[in-house]
Design a protein around this ligand. Sequence first.
Ligand SMILES: [Zn+2]
Length: 441
Amino acid sequence: MPAHFDLLIRHGTCVLPWGVEATDIGVRNGRIVALGVAPDATADRTIDAKGLHVLPGLIDPHVHLRDPGDKAVESIPTGTRAAVLGGLVAVFDMPNTSPSITAIDKVAWKQDYAERESWCDIGLYVGGTKTNIPELADLELGRGVCGIKIFAGSSTGDLLVEDDEHLEMVMRSGRRRIAYHSEDEYRLQDRKPMFKSGDPYRRHMEWRDVECAFLGTRRLMALARKTGRPAHILHVSTAEELDYLKDFRDVATCEVLVNHLTQVAPDCYDNLKGFGVMNPPIRGPEVQAACWRAINDGTVDTVGSDHAPHSREKKLLPWPDCPAGLTGVQTIVPVMLNHVNAGRLPLTRMVDLMCAGPARVYGVVGKGRLAAGYDADFTLVDMKRQRRIEESWIVSPCGWTPFAGMEITGWPVGVVVRGQQVMRDDEVLGAPAGKLVRFAR
Ligand SMILES: [Zn+2]
């Protein structure tokens, strides 16, 4: 009697943990149960992936869906819809919303809301503050919580833990890896008076200079080593930090953003004005080269979009009143596939950075590889598809992307989350059925 599956993915080129192979995948009850399936096997549903690459479901571990906040800019339903249209199966959402996610009642609200409204699976960061340190050890173990996020330098919102004394208290509060926005707040404030309203947008990278980031990371690494608490340095944006972090692999992992791999100063400020302003800033070509070296020598663990939308009106304000942060959740996969096609990294390395990497850093259970027992999460991509990124394609209500006009080769054409196809050829299918990602304790 031939085997029967809920779902079969036939004729795809699969990126497996041990390499790229043409094989068929069998799914039951939302999990992968077979790699390599007999020709006579049957299934309730079959996806023909001929000509396509089947990747483990890609994860963006760094998004700001601004919910609760301003729905005219972004929300969990709209941002996760953008995620699946862009080829993602899961996003990890930051806590600097309005109000922030820093207490048990807010976490409970978001757990419930996310499982009703999210199109993809979702992990939740909890914000650390100077006043919720005693609760962090419990909060980080909440359902769907990917970890504590600390803003050691100020960005959007009011979360900030800038001094060594409180940072050390945070590190001694629990056990899981903590994600840090690493910029030295004192240096940021010291330098602010050097600039005036209406200065060119490129001054953003002079204000938040290399030393702001590097000093922040040196301080965090000293405390992480002292306390033994694992750290994840988000959006590393300097050659100095990437070099320095090589000596802290025992306590620290790190992320690089697709923007720092793709956009470069001063062009981004001259061309995009406020729509090129983010924290930490996009810097010059030597930094971009250092980020690519670190991608390919193994220094970097994850790649994120730092999707952080603001309204057009606010982004049009003169510097420094225009808020920092760029949209990116819908474009990270096409832009990274384009880098693969341009020869900047192998497809297997991209998959490592967007699947196994987040799984390893955050302790994801059951996602991040094509293997029996894992969630049936797949990103189907057409490596040959050519397309231009158009602003009209963006579904985040803010309605803009800093990648508009970019010519891309390699495009996500299908997304399957736990055995259910949720995106096919630019169309979102079914109803929101995202679940909270499971994490190891
Ligand atoms: Zn961020």
